[in-house]
Ligand binder design. Structure first.
Ligand code: PLP
Length: 477
């Protein structure tokens, strides 16, 4: 029986802690497209960790760049000082982005990138003499991390409801999911994009006054809400409306960046360049926490030109902005992308991936399959009265069968490393089919969590017992 760490003290994020601690799912190592758990289960990674390990796990190039950097310069003060790698990393990231987005602000995560982008947008209008433009527009089902700005423009009720009112001066436009019309569409839905985007114009002209809007922020493809695709023409139309009214368009590409769509960024895929683009995750292949915000040169220049000489142009930043090891990891990651042509690889695998994902049509409970690049969302019919339970049981079954999938509500999301092989793609989707077929046979009893991961439940019970004994001993001592 593997020795478990003491599970009491760590409060896990976005996790049912009590459930987890009764069935701890702990990884001890990872290499290539596979994880190994503490009891030596080998799991094919269908989720790139948390959408972040695009180049596969355990990359030597990143490990040695980070180790070297730690030994050479572990940290340099981020404010009023810097280090050469920060500039090199910014140049490399700028070179990877669509033309025009070439001024880079580094952060520590996707959430910090969202906050930074929103603050830059508001400050940009102020610095250019339009301080009345300070409202922010997000989108239903949007996810922009967990800080107050991102939460406020985000559109997932479950993430928002516990945390009060959020920022004032925020509104939302409609999401683009319509299963009644678009179920099992391959790639982006063909119709309705322009009409949906026009609702944005209608909303800001009817309710606000476009001259009060600083920015619209959207994920080009909504990831966390369950892989929601923009219909054809939608993003282009949003771009036109933003241009018409002088509103900044922000693309949150924390998930869609770094090859996920078979192009470098979703901006490339859709041929729409935002004014500000946020990224994280794939930037360092998930190996070091780091994010970045790219802005158009004109935006950066506006700050430089309209602030008194020697004054700080943007009073914003983090202790870990452009952290040396983050920069080393980002540069090594971009080298891997270049050397292994990972973006092209993802692009050429997309058709196989689509084909494999859509074999799930007709499998029990599957009411929609959505896909683009190397991402798929499989939406399930919820078990009556138990929302989310079916997807959670599917995740556990797949885990037992050696495939890691992600579940949110009753949606399974698949986003493997871009290093995935064709036979591994097939394995992911056939495993999901098998899990759902057996869930159908088992009925409600298939949702009973005590059936799954018996090992893990045993360890947890054992550990709990051990801890109780220790507490009793300590009390009698
Ligand atoms: C689109 C998007 N923005 C922001 C974030 C937040 O990133 P982080 O968890 O690194 O703060 C995420 C995370 O999944 C995301 O998908």
């Amino acid at each position: 029986m593997p020795t478990l760490p003491n599970l009491d003290h760590y409060w896990l994020p976005f996790t049912a802690n009590r459930q987890f601690k009764s069935m701890p799912r702990l990884f001890k190592s990872a290499k290539g497209n596979y994880y190994t758990t503490i009891d030596d289960r080998v799991l094919l990674d269908g989720t790139s960790g948390l959408w972040c390990v695009a180049a596969g796990h355990g990359r030597e190039e990143i490990a040695s760049a980070v180790a070297h950097q730690l030994r050479t310069l572990d940290y340099a003060p981020a404010f009023q000082n810097s280090h050469p790698l920060a500039f090199e990393a910014a140049e490399r990231v700028a070179g990877f982005l669509p033309k025009g987005l070439d001024r880079i602000f580094f952060t520590g995560s996707g959430s910090e990138s969202a906050e930074t982008a929103l603050k830059i947008a508001i400050a940009y209008h102020r610095v250019t003499g339009n301080s009345l433009r300070n409202k922010l527009i997000g989108r239903e089902k949007g996810y922009h991390g967990v800080n107050f700005g991102g939460l406020s423009v985000g559109g997932i009720a479950g993430n928002r409801k516990a945390f009060g009112n959020g920022l004032p001066g925020v509104d939302h436009i409609s999401h683009t999911l319509d299963i009644s019309k678009n179920a099992f569409t391959r790639g982006v839905p063909k119709d309705g994009g322009i009409e949906l985007a026009n609702q944005f114009e209608q909303r800001i002209t009817t309710l606000h006054d476009p001259a009060t809007i600083a920015a619209l922020i959207v994920e080009p493809m909504q990831g966390s809400a369950g892989v929601v695709l923009p219909p054809a023409g939608y993003l282009k139309r949003l771009r036109e409306i933003c241009d018409k009214y002088g509103i900044l368009l922000i693309f949150d590409e924390v998930i869609t960046g770094f090859g996920r769509m078979g192009t470098r960024f979703a901006a490339d895929y859709f041929g729409v360049t935002p004014d500000i683009l946020t990224m994280a995750k794939g930037l360092t292949n998930g190996a070091v926490p780091m994010g970045a915000v790219a802005v158009k040169r004109e935006i950066y220049d506006a700050f430089m030109e309209n602030t008194p000489a020697n004054a700080i142009e943007l009073p914003h930043g983090y202790t870990y902005t452009a952290h040396p090891i983050g920069c080393a990891a980002a540069i090594a990651t971009l080298d891997i992308f270049e050397n292994e042509k990972l973006v092209e690889r993802a692009g050429s695998l997309s058709a196989n991936f689509e084909q494999a994902a859509h074999t799930l049509k007709g499998v029990p409970f599957v009411k929609d399959v959505r896909n683009i690049g190397l991402v798929a969302g499989i939406e399930l019919e919820s078990f009556p009265g138990k929302p989310g339970a079916r997807a959670f049981a599917t995740y556990l079954k797949c885990y037992e069968m050696g495939v890691l999938v992600r579940h949110t509500a009753d949606i399974i999301a698949i986003s493997p490393p871009l290093t995935i092989e064709k036979n591994e793609i097939d394995r992911i989707f056939s495993c999901i089919a098998e899990a759902l077929t057996s869930l159908e046979k088992e009925g409600e009893s298939g949702l009973d969590l005590t059936r799954y991961l018996k090992n893990e439940q045993l360890w947890a019970a054992h550990q709990h017992e051990r801890q109780q004994q220790q507490t009793a001993l300590a009390e009698t001592a």
